[in-house]
Design a protein around this ligand. Structure first.
Ligand code: ADP
Ligand code: MG
Length: 245
């Protein structure tokens, strides 16, 4: 058991709301850990804190038992092997699909990438990840012209291009047609086989049962339960937290 990522007493409040309330969680390397809970229970905030999009008030994040962060900078997290997808997909809307991938392979800034000559290696990687999610044929379309599902798949392709070690998925299946869901499921299974660590926020319990090795259940920013899917999803207080939504 290798705890690749930990939070210790991680705390964030917004005005009167304790969005993440002194959470101490351990995420195991090479596993898919689901984070579930009713709306407003702090799932997205947890991801925002651990990827530097929102600063935490106190507590720390620890990577590999060695790197201790009391402050996470979002422009640095990729360097530590972390990346994420967004509940509300975020892309460079006015850029072609292919360039949306090339940006993360090269400069990581739009301005720089406009003038960068993309080498054969970058183009090959972009082709690989776009083909993986079924978007290679769409490479010349502007991102804003894609369907909702295609946009979510493009975000997955961008994530793959970054070759991260730890990936946070914020509701990656929401709004996807079944065949697109299968693409994301198989991508996640491949990432697990490759030893990557994945944190999955998702509401669809069938997909959680299929994918998750471990579950954390949040309620009002606190840990309500944890364990294997088969154990956790049959607990009365977990079921009640959901029905009480
Ligand atoms: P979940 O993703 O589990 O639905 P969130 O993490 O988005 O929950 O929200 C947890 C709580 O924190 C909610 O009460 C929400 O309204 C509040 N919250 C989240 N982000 C902000 C913000 N930027 N400003 C104010 N309140 C926020
Ligand atoms: Mg959320």
């Amino acid at each position: 058991m290798n705890q690749i990522l930990q939070t210790k007493y991680l705390y964030k409040h917004f005005d009167g709301v304790k969005a993440v309330d002194k959470l101490s969680l351990s995420f195991e390397q090479g596993k898919i850990t689901a984070v579930i809970g009713p709306n407003g229970s702090g799932k997205s905030t947890l991801i925002n804190l651990l990827t530097g999009f929102v600063p935490f008030d106190s507590g720390e994040m620890v990577i590999a038992g060695k790197l201790h962060f009391t402050k996470v900078k979002c422009n640095e997290v990729a360097g530590y092997g972390l990346t994420r997808t967004f509940q509300d997909v975020r892309l460079f809307e006015q850029m072609p699909v292919l360039d949306n991938v090339l940006v993360v392979l090269t400069e990581r800034s739009v301005w720089g990438s406009l003038f960068e000559k993309h080498g054969a290696l970058h183009l090959a990687k972009a082709e690989e990840v776009l083909t993986r999610v079924g978007l290679w044929e769409k490479r010349r379309e502007l991102a804003r012209n894609l369907s909702y599902g295609q946009r979510k798949l493009l975000e997955i392709a961008r994530m793959l291009a970054m070759n991260p070690e730890i990936i946070f998925f914020d509701e990656p299946f929401a709004g996807l047609f079944p065949e697109m869901r299968r693409v994301v499921v198989s991508v996640m299974q491949e990432l697990r086989s490759a030893g990557k660590t994945q944190i999955l926020v998702e509401h669809n319990m069938e997909l959680i049962r299929e994918l998750a090795d471990h579950i954390f259940v949040l309620d009002s920013g606190e840990l309500l339960a944890e364990g294997k899917p088969s154990e956790v999803l049959s607990k009365r207080d977990v079921i009640e937290a959901y029905l009480g939504e």
